[in-house]
Design a protein. Sequence first.
Length: 102
Amino acid sequence: MSARTDTEASTTQATTGVTPDTLGATLKSKLEAQHVDIADLSGGCGQMFEAIIVSPQFTKKTTLARHRLVNSTLKEEIAAIHAWTPKCFTPEEWEKKRAGGE
């Protein structure tokens, strides 16, 4: 991976409009997410994100169904970036994970 400059990162984010904040706001609004933590793994260029998403809408859904729900919700945003890795939990699963019960 090539090194990215702050200027290049700003240009990419300005062009696509995709930032951790915009992704989080969309997930909270459309999926009723109770917790969203998005990390930019691309070194600041805004092209590779990993997310932890906690939503009651994931209840009784398989991992694949959860990813499909998230991906359809962020269809336009995902098309504008290079890589997207969601980790989806129900509120109950998240509490158990946080308590160390993984």
